[in-house]
Design a protein around this ligand. Structure first.
Ligand code: SF4
Length: 324
């Protein structure tokens, strides 16, 4: 491939395929409070609950999208971590023949709690292992040295540790517009601290946010390259029950076409530090919650289109890195 694939990284590191078990430990998000006006403009309040953890998922009610209550009333999931992990193992084993797992605190902000509560939850879930990795998804404004010390400490227990951190864009005007509740400097400081504690860092970015273009993608690649070991790249998806759904319906925002997104991701990858692992290239919002885009291909077809495009343009991940 023309970029560093995550599957190859895992195979090299562990000598086998390793599968993530995504769990929802009932954390909330500091950005979804009334004071913060209900969270990121693209957030539909599901907190990215893993597909095998959901049941009874219904539609989203537009007027109640701005608090977590909507997710809890429309998605039911097993709050028992042991059951979630067992369910995840059964699903991954049945579907992929999985034999090795990582524990992935996936939903909402998984460092949003007291240090005592975080330790209790992480310890309990790790006890249902064995796991190769402990992966914790969170926000830049929700970590500090005490929490990072706790997380880094799990390495001594034989588990690799990773934090997934949302940046989304390195343009502060965009971050304000999407109501992220933090700026680029906050992300950079959090990323620096994470690396100081020797924790693997994966950064989330979205390409195609309203008002953004090539210069913004280059800037996001530069900022991601500062400290990240890996990146998850998303095309902007409009999900039901979000502020963006309103703005899209009113014609105030538009989305990148497939060709435009291929251009955007190519320039992002070319400007990225060449050793960054690529964990994701396209969003995968479940079809029943996705308003737009509805005409993108599935992941494997998209990867083959991107590979062909980069080949014909003579570009690789990191091709322009020196120049940036
Ligand atoms: S940080 Fe995540 S959970 Fe919180 S509002 Fe933004 S997208 Fe939603």
């Amino acid at each position: 491939m023309r970029w560093n694939t995550y599957s190859e990284y895992l195979r090299r590191k562990y000598g086998m395929r390793v599968f993530r078990i995504g769990v929802d430990a009932s954390f909330s998000c500091p950005n979804r409070t009334k004071e913060r006006k209900g969270g990121c403009a693209f957030c539909d309040g599901t907190g990215s609950v893993a597909v095998y953890q959901r049941s009874g998922e219904g539609g989203f009610h537009h007027d109640s999208a701005y608090d977590r209550g909507v997710a809890e009333s429309t998605i039911s999931y097993d709050v028992d971590l042991k059951n979630q992990i067992e369910k995840g193992k059964r699903f991954l084993k049945r579907r992929y023949g999985a034999e090795a797992y990582s524990l992935y605190f996936q939903s909402f902000t998984n460092t949003y709690g007291s240090i005592g509560y975080l330790k209790k939850v992480y310890d309990e879930a790790l006890g249902y292992g064995p796991f190769k990795e402990l992966i914790i998804s969170t926000r830049p404004d929700c970590i500090d040295d005490e929490k990072l010390s706790l997380i880094a400490g799990y390495k001594e227990k034989g588990v690799d540790v990773e934090i997934e951190l949302g940046l989304q864009s390195a343009n502060d005007d965009t971050l304000r517009y999407i109501n992220r509740g933090h700026d680029t400097a906050c992300y950079v400081e959090a990323a620096r601290k994470i690396k100081e504690w020797g924790i693997f860092l994966s950064t989330h970015v979205i390409l195609g946010l309203p008002g953004e273009g090539r210069d913004d993608y280059i800037r996001s690649a530069e900022v991601t390259s500062l400290y990240s070991d890996a990146v998850k790249i998303h095309n902007l998806n409009i999900a039901g029950g979000t502020r963006f759904a309103d703005e899209y319906a009113a014609g105030k925002i538009s989305l990148l076409s497939l060709d435009e997104y291929l251009d955007a991701i190519e320039v992002f990858l070319a400007c990225l530090r060449p050793d960054v692992i690529i964990q994701r290239l396209i969003s995968e919002t479940p079809a029943h919650r996705l308003i737009a885009p509805r005409d993108f291909p599935d992941k494997s077809k998209f990867i083959s289109l991107l590979e062909k495009k980069m080949e014909s343009d003579g570009l690789w991940e990191g091709s322009f890195y020196e120049k940036t």
